[in-house]
Design a protein around this ligand. Structure first.
Ligand SMILES: Cc1cc2nc3c(=O)[nH]c(=O)nc-3n(C[C@H](O)[C@H](O)[C@H](O)COP(=O)(O)O)c2cc1C
Length: 180
């Protein structure tokens, strides 16, 4: 018996994650998308991975160019998370008004992000309807420390205090969790 997609999605929605914008460049063309399927893989060599849906525009660009940058968003950058997820209507150019810079690979580094990692594709693996791009981090940097932007249960969120034994309901008192 296989799990239903709805149950799988509901279970995964309960895994809180940070939010990144993954960018890439092919010649003069830059593109980017919001990604939460990102994690660290290896220290030596420094590797990260990002899971990219085969259907999105960045997928083939990343496969062809072999480069990408991961931009880790802070809690004040929800508008960027929405814009690069295609959730803002009528946005033709996701980079409009963004004074982005480049580092080693030429992939866009967005302003004021918590941290950025500039990568060359080190390997890519079949991940079902996604491709797992493993990137070797060739350059990285950090900006001013701020609270991170989070995504949890299909909602944008930010870190609140964690109190031992007091599990808050989410989002409006409908789903009480048992106390630990
Ligand atoms: C919080 C959040 C996280 C996302 N994470 C991923 C991800 O890890 N991988 C992915 O392929 N798409 C992810 N998406 C969806 C893409 O951002 C979205 O499909 C985007 O519009 C793709 O770019 P495109 O319109 O240029 O094809 C995420 C969306 C949101 C809102």
């Amino acid at each position: 018996m296989s799990v239903s997609i709805d149950t799988f999605k509901e279970a995964m929605s309960r895994f809180a994650s940070g939010v990144t914008v993954v960018t890439t460049r092919e010649g003069d063309t830059v593109h980017g998308f919001t990604a939460s399927a990102f994690c660290s893989v290896s220290l030596e060599p420094p590797l990260v991975l990002v899971c990219v849906a085969r259907t999105i525009r960045s997928h083939d660009m990343m496969a062809r160019s072999g480069i990408f940058a991961v931009n880790i968003l802070n809690a004040n950058q929800r508008h960027l998370g929405e814009r690069f997820a295609g959730l803002v209507p009528d946005v033709q150019d996701r980079f409009a008004d963004l004074a982005y810079e480049t580092a080693t690979t030429g992939s866009p580094i967005l302003p004021d992000v918590l941290a950025w990692l500039d990568c060359r594709v080190w390997a890519s693996y079949d991940g079902g309807d996604h491709t797992i791009f493993v990137g070797e981090v060739v350059d990285a940097g950090v900006n001013e420390m701020r609270p991170p932007l989070l995504y949890f249960h299909r909602q944008w969120a930010q870190i609140g205090p964690s109190e031992r034994g007091a599990v808050e309901s989410w989002p409006e008192g409908k789903e009480k969790s048992s106390k630990t």
